[in-house]
Design a protein around this ligand. Structure first.
Ligand SMILES: [Zn+2]
Length: 310
């Protein structure tokens, strides 16, 4: 079973895992409660119940569950340390995995960061299959990522490695980022930031305006493309990956404004040897990437096969 806990929505699925293929049998989706951790646990448990009914299985059929959530978090203890993205979880230090396991009354629950789960999914069953060094990048409401180098997930000393959305690419102090810094990739290229900069509710409107000839929308999108282009060159030069897998709703809907500028920049500006070895490819698992990754991560952690990403 996989959970994808986001700031806006909870998505849950029962998965049959066969080798590295995860088939989603039954699903549920519902809004994320904004009333704090206890309400979130209750909603996750209800969502699991609904997905189990939809899959026509029983809780005793569920071998393990994985829960994808925004970080920072401790994937070994299953504790969300703090996240600004879910109401009530700022400075929470909340033992989500243990509390969710108690609520489910059966399977063990394994927690990990959403982009790490996505990288596990793409690595085992998606667009990074077979690559020992790859980067997963999501361009969505926010920008995030995960790094796999020489067959191992790069965690860093505080388990925040791979937060590529906060790689600084600009010197303009007026381009503020939610993290407290300025000039981050996310501040230019995240859907939420694009929409806010233009003064609308959704980035799709900015892309539509630019396509219709609106100069201000076009300028904001050109800036977002430049930020992603610089990030791509930095990734190739610093990490020498075989693939950069790009997911997220903005990348999915606007590949010519996300993947193409990254590819062009790598060809034009990156070191030639790593540039020739790297391809930029779309996510193969789409919107289900974190759920599938969570289900596969749960299976591998429960069976002791998850050493490469722990
Ligand atoms: Zn930032």
């Amino acid at each position: 079973m996989g959970f994808d806990l986001g700031g806006t929505n909870i998505r849950t699925a029962v998965a049959r895992v066969d080798g590295d293929n995860a088939t989603l049998l039954g699903r549920d989706a519902r809004p994320t409660p904004q009333a704090g951790p206890e309400a979130v646990v209750a909603a996750l448990v209800s969502s699991a119940d609904a997905a189990i009914v939809a899959a026509k299985v029983r809780i005793s059929d569920i071998a393990a569950a994985g829960c994808s959530a925004p970080g920072p978090l401790d994937h070994m203890t299953g504790v969300i340390l703090t996240t600004q993205n879910i109401a009530g979880f700022a400075n929470a230090s909340f033992p989500l995995a243990a509390r969710l396991a108690a609520g489910l009354g059966g399977p063990r629950v394994y927690l990990d960061r959403d982009t790490v789960m996505a990288a596990i999914g793409e690595g085992l069953a998606g667009a990074a299959r077979g690559a020992r060094s790859f980067v997963y990048l999501t361009v969505s409401t926010g920008v995030g990522g995960a790094i796999v180098a020489d067959g191992r997930m790069v965690r860093g000393v505080s388990n925040t490695a791979g937060e590529l959305g906060h790689f600084p690419v600009g010197f303009d102090r007026d381009v503020r980022c939610r993290c407290g810094s300025f000039g981050c990739v996310e501040a230019y290229a995240a859907g939420r930031n694009l929409a806010e900069a233009y003064g609308v509710g959704d980035a799709s409107i900015v892309y539509a305006k630019a396509a219709a000839g609106d100069a201000r929308a076009a300028e904001l999108i050109a800036r977002a493309e430049a930020a992603l282009a610089s990030l791509a060159v930095g990734i190739v030069n610093a990490l020498n990956p075989e693939r950069i897998v790009v997911g997220g709703s903005v990348a999915e809907h606007e590949p010519t404004h996300v993947l193409d500028p990254m590819r062009r920049a790598i060809a034009e500006r990156a070191f030639k040897v790593p540039a020739a070895a790297c391809s930029v490819v779309p996510s193969a698992l789409g919107a289900d990437v974190s759920i599938i990754g969570a289900a596969l991560a749960a299976r591998d952690r429960a069976t002791g096969a998850g050493g490469w990403f722990l």
